[in-house]
Design a protein around this ligand. Sequence first.
Ligand code: AMP
Length: 147
Amino acid sequence: MSDYQNILVAVDFSETADHVIKRAQDIARRNNTGLTLLHVVEYVPPIDIAYEPVISSSWVIDEELLAKQAREKLDKICAEHGLENSTHIVITGTPKYEIVQYAEENQCDLIILGSHGRHGIGLLLGSTANTVLHAMPCDILAIKTGD
Ligand code: AMP
């Protein structure tokens, strides 16, 4: 029996994503299992109540359109990696919380993410990887990205 049977890889569309996906593919192959690729569309409120409203209140974010574009992009990236038959999931929310929630609800036994992505390399372990590591009981693999 393979070590891992339900592997989740978090894909953020940053320039490090290809490297993370390739490592995940390699691990999935060696465990003789498939991959679930998850992208979270990050919702950023247009106005923070701590500041003056600098953006018109008529400015509307089309969440459905964002999610549709994200799904197309995820499908394209997966096709480039020969992962058409893997499971592709797009969720809207805060990446670190949505990754944890999806992994819990779907009993993932390994979560693979980049040590750093779009939020930069200010910390030893980036904020998303750090939160997921502390929140989940399953194994977490943070693929080293950046220095
Ligand atoms: P960061 O916290 O931005 O440094 O990102 C670290 C890693 O978390 C990335 O390499 C991804 O694997 C994952 N991640 C960050 N943001 C997202 C997102 N919006 N959707 C899916 N995964 C993400």
